[in-house]
Ligand binder design. Structure first.
Ligand code: NAD
Ligand code: MG
Length: 409
């Protein structure tokens, strides 16, 4: 290893952010945290500042930033506290930053991740919403500015590892069929409601939706996993990351989450990446790539796992998956509309304003209401995002009486 890697961690107080800091803390000789960022959790960010002594700490929220600045001053720490969305872009593109962990949740991650790409950074991409909203634009910027893209999403990290080693090397996606790849098999756990009787889905609570059987994650992605919208977003993510035709991406339900995804080749070979479901594995892989470092993850014991099961996704149970395929096929602004409608619908479900089956209903309504437009520039994406959010709020208002939240009896 030649020199220390200077990191910006976007979304450091979240689930991926915390796992990243856990891996980083195991290798103080390899990694230095230059900037940490969060939305408004100043307490957690302050603790991270004490431990990792970054040069910058950014909070989106002004009041939270003021509180953090006070604590930093009282503790005599040499950390510069910044505030607002522009500061997120600034710390993603600083000349001294080598790599940016893009782990903000949702559409809010788009601009700082794009800023990192424009600055030609090594991007460790957890924020799949960037590729869902603006896949073509983002991949073009990555190529034009010679940025390096390494997937953190466990499935995409697994696919990256199972593809030919030079497939994604540097900054360009390879030629899918010329590489001898037939299909990408994207595994999905099926989430907490895989076996819940359909008649009971109307009553499931946010707490139940967030209790994922295998992974501990933030609330938004946990709900996305329970509706399988997460897998839908991941299909779109795989399409852009790996230059994969839509029909060559197949979702396979695999409840144990031990196989994190597979690549099927034309000669009949199928390569998979396996491991315990712990995000520190893909994080360590991307941080050290092409080297390997200790991640603190318990070694996989296949004898303990004993059984691996596979099944087709149940489309009637998980309409969000089909909606995502539809949006990807429609192209243009449709995936950005899908993403925004989903964010608003998931927030409404978490607030108990709509029921669980209300989530796909809202998204379907919004997709039907808004015409698909071409994407020529980032503004086309941002306008579609704003229009979809407004339409989703309207749909929630309209659907609320028939889709209201019913507590379990
Ligand atoms: P989380 O909710 O636990 O954390 C989100 C982070 O983003 C927090 O630090 C929060 O402060 C910050 N944030 C939220 N809104 C913001 C805003 N408007 N501006 C600036 N910062 C903001 O989420 P997570 O589970 O860590 O997921 C982060 C991203 O990684 C998501 O895109 C998710 O899809 C992806 N991902 C997560 C996992 C996982 O296991 N958690 C796995 C694969 C992919
Ligand atoms: Mg995933």
């Amino acid at each position: 290893m030649s020199r220390i890697t200077h990191l910006t961690i976007l979304g450091s107080t979240g689930s991926i952010g915390a796992s990243t800091l856990d891996v980083v803390a195991r290798h103080p000789d390899r990694y230095h945290v230059l900037a940490l960022t969060a939305h408004s959790r100043d307490e957690t960010l302050f603790e991270q500042c004490i431990r990792f002594k970054p040069r910058y700490a950014v909070l989106l929220d002004e009041a939270a930033a003021a509180r953090l600045a006070q604590k930093i001053a009282a503790a005599n720490l040499e950390v510069q506290v910044l505030c607002g969305a522009e500061a997120l872009e600034m710390v993603s593109s600083l000349p001294e930053v080598d790599a940016v962990m893009a782990a903000i949740v949702g559409a809010a991650g788009l601009r700082p991740t794009l800023a990192a790409a424009r600055a030609g950074k090594k991007i460790l991409l957890a924020n799949k919403e960037t590729l869902v909203m603006a896949g073509q634009i983002f991949m073009d910027v990555v190529r034009r500015h010679n940025a390096t893209l390494l997937p953190i999403d466990s499935e995409h990290n697994a696919i990256f590892q199972a593809l030919p080693h030079d497939y994604c090397s540097g900054n360009h996606s390879g030629d899918f069929s010329a590489s001898g790849v037939r299909r990408i098999l994207l595994t999905a756990s099926g989430g907490p409601f895989r076996n819940t009787p359909l008649s009971e889905l109307q009553r499931v609570t946010p707490e139940q939706a967030c209790a994922h059987p295998n992974w501990v994650m933030g609330r938004k992605i946990s709900v996305d996993s329970s509706t399988m919208m997460n897998k839908g977003l991941e299909v779109i993510e795989a399409h852009w990351l790996f230059n994969a035709p839509i029909d060559a991406i197949q979702v396979v339900v695999h409840p144990q989450s031990v196989i994190h995804s597979l690549v099927q080749y034309v000669d009949g070979s199928v390569l998979a990446q396996l491991g315990n479901p712990d995000m520190r594995t893909p994080i360590a892989h991307a941080l050290a790539y092409p080297e390997r470092i200790e991640a603190g993850v318990e070694p996989l014991d296949l004898l303990k796992v004993a059984t691996l099961n596979f099944m087709a996704p149940d489309i009637a149970r998980f309409p969000c998956l089909e909606l995502a395929y539809q949006a990807l096929r429609a192209g243009g602004t449709a995936p950005a509309v899908l993403n925004a409608a989903n964010e608003v619908a998931v927030a409404a479900f978490l607030d108990k304003r709509i029921s669980f089956p209300g989530i796909p209903r809202v998204i379907e309504n919004v997709l039907a209401a808004l015409p698909v437009k071409n994407v020529n520039a980032l503004d086309d994406v941002l306008n579609a995002d704003a229009a979809a959010r407004a339409a989703a709020c309207e749909a929630i208002h309209f659907l609320a009486p028939q889709s209201s939240f019913l507590a379990p009896r």
